[in-house]
Design a protein around this ligand. Structure first.
Ligand code: SAM
Ligand code: SF4
Ligand code: F3S
Length: 442
């Protein structure tokens, strides 16, 4: 019988990367990946714990799978990711339909766990922190990603312990992969046809291996001719070191969108969050980068309604949003997470928090619309990713990650082409390819 695995992923880009690497591992014991759940005899749910209802979402999802397989053979059900780490054996107790629970630092053991389960039918959880062994193992397995834009994890875990965040508990202590292994993986991706690499880490700019820093990785990956664009996410303001800032003046492939979460524009709230920097430090980074390249734009993450946030704190956040004109940003109302310091603080009024969220999101949307409108009738560089499924048009991204839909050609997939933008909305730019001959005339 063929072995088919269906993988569903919640959460951040690192979970997406992990899901693909998990598939690279289980392929070794004969699994094929399927996008059709009905064909699956193994169902893997890669979970996220960052905001509320994460746990309930998982049990809800398992309920749906149960229903789907009511009249068929039960698939092997595996839960991975940050809820798996946080809940471990609790999940096996609460939901008998779950067979294996495997935390993010134990993915290298997944084949062994599957085989143990299949031999003994014994339900297991494996949630030890063992980042070194995990990456040692993964480095021996080829990354099979053939996407035009691909993730590459360089660092995992976090030692910063912001008072609202579960990541240090679910992903463990900070670990940076060896420099040479990362470059090797980047070359493998380039050989697979990848053109854009997005370096990942919970604190990607805290990367430190021997004397190598993120800036060294960026400069080395830039030397791979097939790689046309490089990005990194997610970074922390305290790790925006001089060498990294200077790289923006040297690199030709590092994209001019800096995703730098600030969370709040109030020093009082930043302090209570344990972010260990002030608004002025953030503004200094912004000004220094703008000086190096005025085309640089910022995107960010915001937590609204953090315990103790009053009208003045919120207005400070709003002022910062207006000053920096962030694009492509994320904002959520504070969600108390079990085990964190902030979960013990008195919650703000829910209605006020959601009203504030609406105001901030409207402002962020206004900036996005303004940015997209400013590109109408202009010619921009777009990395072409694919032909669209339900339309003859093509899909790519601008230097600022904005989706671009345009009339193109198959042979342009994987290339950076000139697109004239005719139209835009909040999320997307629409345009047409500019023939090279016309560009010269213009
Ligand atoms: N390491 C990154 C940093 O320091 O900015 C953030 C990584 S975290 C996976 C992604 C985002 O989730 C955070 O920037 C924050 O805005 C949001 N987040 C984390 N915990 C949260 C909470 N308890 N409630 C609401 N949003 C939260
Ligand atoms: Fe979470 Fe980022 Fe803070 Fe680490 S630095 S605790 S990942 S928000
Ligand atoms: Fe979620 Fe874990 Fe990523 S909590 S955001 S999947 S690091």
């Amino acid at each position: 019988m063929s072995k088919n695995i269906f993988i569903k992923t919640f959460g951040c880009q690192m979970n997406e990367y992990d899901s693909n690497r998990i598939f690279d591992i289980v392929k070794k014991i004969g699994f094929n990946r399927t996008n059709n759940i009905d064909e699956a005899n193994c169902y893997l749910l890669n979970t996220c714990h960052i905001r509320d209802k994460a746990k309930e979402k998982v049990y809800h999802e398992i309920g749906r799978v149960k229903k789907n397989f009511r009249f068929k053979n039960k698939p092997l059900v595996i839960i991975t990711g940050c809820v798996a780490q946080a809940e471990n054996e609790e999940m096996l107790k609460r939901e008998p339909y779950i067979d294996l629970v495997i935390g993010p630092q134990a993915y290298h053991k997944i084949n062994k766990k599957i085989e143990e389960y299949l031999n003994k039918q014994r339900r297991l959880d494996e949630t030890e922190f063992d980042a070194i062994s995990k990456f040692d193992y993964l480095e021996k397995i080829k990354n099979s990603s053939q996407k035009i834009s691909s993730f590459l994890t360089i660092q995992e875990g976090c030692d910063k312990f912001c008072h609202f965040c579960v990541v240090p508990f679910t992903r463990g202590p900070e670990y940076s992969r060896p420099f040479k292994k990362i470059i090797q993986e980047a070359k493998t991706l380039a050989d697979n046809g990848v053109k854009e690499i997005i370096l990942l880490g919970q604190n990607v700019n805290a990367y430190q291996n021997d004397n190598y820093r993120l800036s060294d990785l960026l400069i080395e990956i830039e030397k791979i001719p097939e790689i046309l664009r490089i990005r990194y996410t997610t970074s922390h303001p305290n790790d925006m070191t001089d060498d990294l800032i200077k790289t923006y003046g040297i690199s030709k492939k590092l994209m001019p969108l800096v995703h730098l979460p600030v969370q709040s524009g109030s020093d009082k709230i930043l302090d209570s969050m344990n972010r260990k920097h002030q608004v002025e430090d953030y503004l200094n980074i912004y000004k220094r980068l703008k000086k190096i390249n005025p085309a640089i734009r910022f995107s960010s993450d915001f937590i609204i309604g953090y315990p103790g946030e009053d009208e003045k704190d919120f207005n400070n956040t709003l002022s910062l949003v207006k000053e920096i004109e962030f694009i492509n940003s994320y904002s959520f109302v504070f969600s108390p997470r079990p085990g964190t310091i902030a979960s013990k603080l008195k919650l703000n009024d829910n209605k006020i928090s959601f009203d504030r969220l609406r105001i901030i999101q409207q402002k962020l949307t206004d900036h996005q619309i303004k940015m997209n409108k400013s590109l109408e009738n202009k010619v921009i560089d777009v990395l072409v990713e694919n032909k669209m499924k339900k339309s003859p048009k093509f899909f790519g991204r601008s230097e600022y990650m904005t989706p671009v839909i345009f009339n193109g050609n198959d042979q342009d997939i994987g290339k950076v082409v000139k697109i004239k933008i005719n139209n835009s909305n909040r999320n997307t730019l629409f345009g047409e390819i500019v023939e090279k001959s016309k560009l010269k005339v213009a």
